[in-house]
Design a protein around this ligand. Structure first.
Ligand code: SF4
Length: 423
């Protein structure tokens, strides 16, 4: 096995790229004031944002903690709420929310970072963000068609933790840990035991498989959440993948920038940008997640040349409304995250209360397409059960044919005859 790379020795200013270095001695500008200005801007740049809302939460519930501690992702993980009793310290819980921590316990563990708790409405169990992370009794109800592995990922797994479904790309599940668990998680089976990181040794079979299969040009690293791993482990994985000649692009799927923006540190970003072309898909649920902290985290990633896309799960009572979805898509574009996928909620066990009809998803796409920038319209997909893969769905704009014309409807439902014949 290759050695895990040792962390690079810290340079004096590890976060400064060459083009940002202070001017050389030959410069005619007053060096002292320039250095002052430079250090000030560097301090400003490195100062992590804390929004008023989170600051007030910190002062109320963690009066002993400093802002520096709050902005440490390790502190955030250590102080996450992991039980209903702990959560009850911060928010008033409804009867439906209190029940899950009973003797049967919930199938998916509870974990919410203090930062994300600070975004929850203390008194309103119907708040969108709260419904996405606070367990409710409905999780214990089983509905027809639900399964623990609804996408049959394990069936398409030639070696542990690798899902090879499409010819030229694989999904690499590198950890079962997330900093905050979404109640509708497709991989409940994998994160169910709240186990910690799988560990680098277990990745070997997957890395060898990718090495041996020259048709694989795209690797999506997911989990769990890969960005909850230490920098050293993320870098080990990226460097191993980057050393495989046929792997052209690497993607990371994560919810960390939305639930634990403190994790997006300068050292992490400086490390990530060594492994281009690297793409990051971020799981966003609602516009209320786009806080100053999240804006800053995404800005750091984009400024490092990492294209960001969003993945959103369509969820009943959370974002199943045209205006709510439009607001999220607009908010994402403003922070330079390109809306990518809107997923139909997978039929994982206990997710019935989150699922909408497919007509609802089509209604949302119809309400976006033509009514706002094309960049703000994600691709709506259903992941077919049994490993059928993603099936894109579009409202019917094609009405039919009349001789040498097709009949098409536009976004305003107006009918058009379009000449369509070959000569
Ligand atoms: S971040 Fe992703 S893997 Fe983790 S709980 Fe949410 S949906 Fe599941």
């Amino acid at each position: 096995m290759d050695k895990i790379p040792s962390e690079k020795p810290d340079t004096i200013h590890p976060e400064i790229s060459e083009e940002e270095e202070p001017p050389s001695k030959s410069s005619f500008i007053d060096e002292a004031s320039l250095l002052d200005e430079y250090l000030k801007s560097r301090n400003d740049r490195d100062k992590n944002t804390i929004s008023e809302r989170s600051l007030s939460f910190l002062q109320t519930f963690f009066p002993e903690a400093t802002i520096k501690e709050w902005n440490s992702w390790h502190w955030q993980i250590k102080n996450s709420a992991r039980s209903i009793e702990q959560l009850a310290r911060y928010i008033w819980l409804s009867e439906n929310e209190v029940k899950p921590d009973g003797p049967n316990s919930q199938s998916l563990p509870l974990r919410i970072s203090p930062y994300y708790i600070s975004l929850l409405d203390r008194n309103n169990p119907e708040q969108a963000l709260r419904k996405s992370v606070v367990p409710v009794f409905d999780e214990f109800l089983l509905h027809p068609g639900e399964a623990s592995d609804p996408l049959s990922e394990e069936h398409d797994s030639p070696v542990p933790n690798v899902v090879h479904r499409y010819p030229d790309r694989v999904l690499f599940l590198v950890t079962g840990f997330c900093s905050t668990y979404c109640r509708y998680c497709t991989r409940t089976r994998m994160v169910a035991k709240d186990k910690c990181h799988i560990g680098v040794k277990v990745w070997e079979a997957g890395l060898n498989y990718i090495e041996q299969h020259t048709e694989i040009r795209d690797v999506l690293i997911s989990g769990g959440d890969p960005l909850t791993m230490p920098d050293l482990h993320v870098e080990y994985l990226l460097s191993r993948l980057r050393s495989i000649p046929h792997v052209e692009i690497i993607r990371i799927g994560t919810k960390v920038p939305a639930v634990l923006p403190q994790r997006i540190t300068r050292p992490l970003v400086n490390m990530l940008k060594k492994y281009h072309p690297l793409f990051i898909s971020i799981h966003f649920t609602h516009a209320d997640e786009i806080t100053p902290e999240v804006t800053e985290a995404c800005e750091k990633l984009v400024n490092a040349g990492i294209p960001l896309g969003s993945q959103t799960v369509l969820l009943k009572g959370i974002n199943d409304d045209v205006q709510v979805m439009k607001k999220l898509m607009h908010a994402l574009l403003k922070i330079r995250v390109r809306p990518y996928y809107l997923y139909q909620c997978d039929p994982v066990v206990g997710s019935g209360h989150f699922r909408t009809t497919i007509e609802k998803g089509l209604e949302i796409i119809r309400g976006l397409r033509g009514h706002t920038s094309g960049y703000a319209v994600p691709t709506y997909v259903v992941d077919a059960p049994g490993g059928g893969g993603k099936i894109p769905l579009l409202p019917d704009y094609f009405v039919g044919r009349e001789d040498d014309f097709v009949l098409l409807k536009n976004y305003e439902d107006k009918l058009f005859r379009y000449p369509d014949y070959s000569t």
